[in-house]
Design a protein around this ligand. Structure first.
Ligand SMILES: Cc1cc2nc3c(=O)[nH]c(=O)nc-3n(C[C@H](O)[C@H](O)[C@H](O)COP(=O)(O)OP(=O)(O)OC[C@H]3O[C@@H](n4cnc5c(N)ncnc54)[C@H](O)[C@@H]3O)c2cc1C
Length: 461
């Protein structure tokens, strides 16, 4: 086994959204940077998640036809979706996205090192490479961004994790999805519209991620199209019969079974085992690395960003944490991330986008709230855009007119949420929004209408 060694200003462990962004920013700031990756450059987002979003975009085109029955005079029943072709096209797009990443890595002269990395004392990293050699690297600063992994409980072919669910090249007849969080809803939408029979089992109540009104609407919508939802239900055991899985389920005092081809498990855990954290004494809590507001760990010179720390698990946040962490290392006082003003988006059908506090959270925080909830079916623009499903709900503090939160469900609503994020960042009140001019007809009108309605100034409602 041969050994060589190299030295850098910054070494980043893991090239996902967090590590990749950190490496580009580090190089932009003139630091000699190494990016270590044991699998695929770009991590989960660029190698898997982009594909799922591509598939969802494609299925939304079909859904337009399905919902309208005879859109443009085309009978949706005559449309044949080629699952495998969409899969291949998605992979082509994903490869193009990766080409862009490789281009910017090259442009920024980042040293990419492939191999399984382990932290060693004295700011050293050992990288076990494919050719059976060990590369030893040292750096003044080490950033840990090893992401998360599936906590797949069963080693059975029929139980798949989120990565396997994205890479299925054959449409399954039926899938049982365990859990009802944002990821579960995206998978349910995609496979349902592809023609797979979907059941969702949750040991809690359904979709607790956002505002209660959104959860209720979503539950009703999914049940209505034929997705089965089992709340407060636990899998006691499972059996295999003729290649199928039979799940034995307990719901309060009721017991029942569900037979299926496939079970999708979505749980993830931070990837913090076996990377040398214990040997270095880096503090870990519930598998998450503990950091301060500048992403420093308890050991000087070691930082952590992305899914290995206990912040909301989003690629958008991971990337920003990478940039912020590197700027702090360089001594630039970068703006802190406002974790209360993060847009959360679910690319399902219908789409969901929300930011800020829910109605329940606002009440818990003792705000006196002013709330408006406008169904899209009442808006002229929605009728023109054929997007009548869903609603926009806005929550204001009635004392200072501060915009506390916004929760939207419907078609193309993800594009609306950035405006709310900017409004909240600039501390805009209802007054500023009401005095804006909104393009007619556009979905963004719904924001103006919603605020007008809350302040009893609505012209159309
Ligand atoms: C199904 C699903 C859908 C999602 N949808 C969205 C979405 O729509 N929008 C959004 O913003 N976020 C979404 N997320 C969350 C987002 O994917 C994560 O927040 C993001 O990928 C975290 O980035 P990361 O860099 O921390 O980790 P990762 O992307 O997991 O990257 C970690 C990298 O480290 C490498 N690595 C690990 N250990 C080692 C080692 N010892 N040596 C060398 N390399 C190592 C891994 O191979 C990997 O490439 C979704 C997540 C899931 C599961």
């Amino acid at each position: 086994m041969s050994r060589t060694s190299m030295n850098f200003d910054i070494i980043i462990l893991g090239s996902g959204s967090a590590g990749y962004s950190a490496s580009i920013r580090s190089s932009q700031l003139g630091m000699r940077t190494a990016l270590i990756e044991k699998e695929f450059i770009g991590g989960f987002y660029f190698n898997y998640e982009c594909l799922l979003k591509y598939f969802l975009n494609k299925i939304k085109i079909f859904q337009l036809f399905k919902d309208n029955k005879y859109l443009l005079g085309i009978d949706y029943k005559k449309i044949n979706i080629d699952f495998y072709k969409i899969f291949l096209e998605g992979n082509k797009i994903s490869n193009k996205i990766k080409e862009n990443i490789f281009f910017s890595i090259k442009k920024n002269k980042i040293n990419v090192i492939y191999g399984n990395a382990k932290l060693k004392k004295g700011k050293k990293i050992e990288i076990f490479q494919k050719n059976n050699s060990i590369l030893e690297c040292t750096a003044s600063n080490i950033i840990i961004s090893t992401g998360s992994k599936s906590s797949k409980l069963y080693d059975e072919k029929n139980f798949i994790n989120y990565k396997e669910a994205i890479k299925l090249n054959k449409k399954p007849k039926e899938i049982v999805i365990i859990g009802s969080d944002h990821n579960a809803i995206e998978f349910a939408s995609y496979y349902y519209y592809m023609g797979t029979k979907i059941s969702i089992i949750d040991n809690n109540n359904f979709f607790t991620d956002g505002d209660n009104d959104v959860s209720c609407y979503l539950k009703h919508y999914l049940k209505n199209i034929g997705i089965k939802i089992y709340e407060y239900s636990f899998i006691e055991k499972f059996e295999k019969k003729n290649g199928k899985i039979i799940l034995k389920i307990k719901n309060n005092n009721k017991k029942f079974s569900i037979e299926t081809d496939m079970v999708l498990l979505l749980d993830t855990v931070p990837n913090t085992d076996s990377i040398g954290l214990e040997e270095l004494g880096i503090q870990v809590e519930n598998k998450f690395i503990v950091v301060n507001e500048n992403y420093r760990t308890n050991i000087p010179g070691y930082y952590a960003i992305g899914s290995v720390i206990n912040t909301p698990s989003l690629a958008s946040i991971a990337s920003k944490e990478g940039i912020s962490c590197v700027e702090n290392i360089k001594g630039i006082d970068s703006q802190k991330i406002d974790y209360n003003n993060i847009p959360k988006c679910i690319f399902s059908i219908p789409e969901i986008a929300y930011i800020g506090f829910t109605e329940e959270e606002s009440k818990k925080r003792k705000y006196h709230t002013k709330i408006s909830k406008i169904p899209f079916s009442l808006l002229n623009s929605s009728m023109i855009n054929e997007s009548k499903d869903g609603f926009i709900k806005m929550i204001f503090d009635s004392k200072y007119d501060e915009l506390l939160g916004c929760h939207i469900i419907g078609k193309n609503v993800i594009n609306l949420i950035t405006e709310i994020m900017i409004a909240r960042k600039l501390e805009a009140t209802a007054y500023e929004i009401l005095n804006g001019i909104y393009p007619y007809p556009s979905l963004s009108e719904s924001i103006l209408e919603s605020v007008s309605f809350a302040y009893k100034k609505s012209i159309y409602l």
